[in-house]
Design a protein around this ligand. Structure first.
Ligand SMILES: NC(=O)c1ccc[n+]([C@@H]2O[C@H](COP(=O)([O-])OP(=O)(O)OC[C@H]3O[C@@H](n4cnc5c(N)ncnc54)[C@H](OP(=O)(O)O)[C@@H]3O)[C@@H](O)[C@H]2O)c1
Length: 254
């Protein structure tokens, strides 16, 4: 049974311009769910900072937002695999200088890594997945929190997974990284309870992207929802209608 908060998020119809005058950063904005979220936020009035590692993909999203008549976005190239402390500092300075505000951060970028039993799991792959899926979003969030706290209504969203809420054989580092993501979200939600920043996590559920195709190569992609079809909870959690929601783990699909 879907609980009332999930039902509200899944059926949410975002009013036009609900994100007007807000500046929102989306990581992994060049493809898949991040791309759909960036476009959805822009089409509801937000100025979106498109963060990712592949410039050409980010430029395509940038062009689409402009063609659709959205607020002019901004691009920041950041590869979470190779980023160092200075890379995060520079991004923080870019946001502050270009916009002077940040009202939302969607931590969406992530990688799947190997699928193997823990006993045989390649050590390097485990470290890499944990670095990109957990460590990087910790450093990025830590860097941007002072700016988010200056907003009168800021939303911090982490991206989880079904295997981040119940462990499943052979999902290895990916599952562990998503449990850690839920933990990071919960700690932040508690710490920031009396600030203007609310923190929640979102589980997209089966969604037609490159990652899903890599995880389920035998699946007919048409049998799962597109990223565009699961945007209601992304809009709900990012906008003012979820102002009272903090520390929640939301599912995009029942
Ligand atoms: N699709 C699903 O069914 C599903 C289900 C549950 C959870 N999720 C979660 O949803 C989020 C989005 O996944 P998706 O399905 O949209 O996958 P996707 O299409 O593979 O997109 C992943 C995004 O993350 C970016 N990324 C990966 N490694 C990066 C790095 N080192 N530095 C910077 N950016 C990096 C990718 O950039 P490039 O495009 O440049 O490679 C891409 O934009 C992930 O956190 C995933 O775990 C997805």
């Amino acid at each position: 049974m879907t609980d009332p908060l999930n039902a509200q998020a899944q059926s949410y119809q975002a009013p036009t311009d609900i994100l007007k005058d807000r500046v929102i950063m989306v990581t992994g904005a060049g493809d898949g769910i991040g791309r759909a979220a960036a476009l959805a936020y822009a089409s509801h009035g937000a100025t979106v900072l498109l963060v990712g590692r592949t410039q050409v993909k980010l430029e395509r999203v940038y062009d689409q937002i402009i063609n659709d008549g959205g607020p002019r976005p901004s691009i920041a190239i950041l590869d979470f695999k190779t980023a160092i402390a200075d890379s995060y500092e520079s991004l923080g300075i870019q946001v502050e200088q270009e916009f002077g505000q940040l009202d939302g951060l969607l931590n969406n970028a992530g990688m799947l890594g190997h699928r193997a039993p823990i006993e045989q799991f390649p050590v390097g792959s485990f470290m890499e997945v944990m670095h990109i899926n957990v460590n990087a979003q910790f450093v990025l969030t830590r860097t941007l929190l002072p700016l988010l706290k200056k907003s009168s209504d800021a939303s911090l969203i982490f991206t989880s997974s079904g295997v981040g809420r119940k462990g499943r054989a052979f999902w290895g580092a990916y599952a562990v990284s998503k449990f850690a993501t839920e933990g990071l979200m919960q700690v932040l939600a508690d710490e920031l309870e009396n600030t203007p920043v609310r923190t929640n996590s979102i589980n997209p559920g089966a969604t037609r992207t490159n990652m899903r195709a890599a995880a389920y190569p035998g699946e007919d992609p048409l049998s799962v929802k597109t990223a565009e079809e699961i945007m209601s909870p992304y809009l709900f959690l990012m906008g003012p209608d979820s102002k009272a929601v903090n520390g929640a783990s939301i599912n995009c699909q029942s």
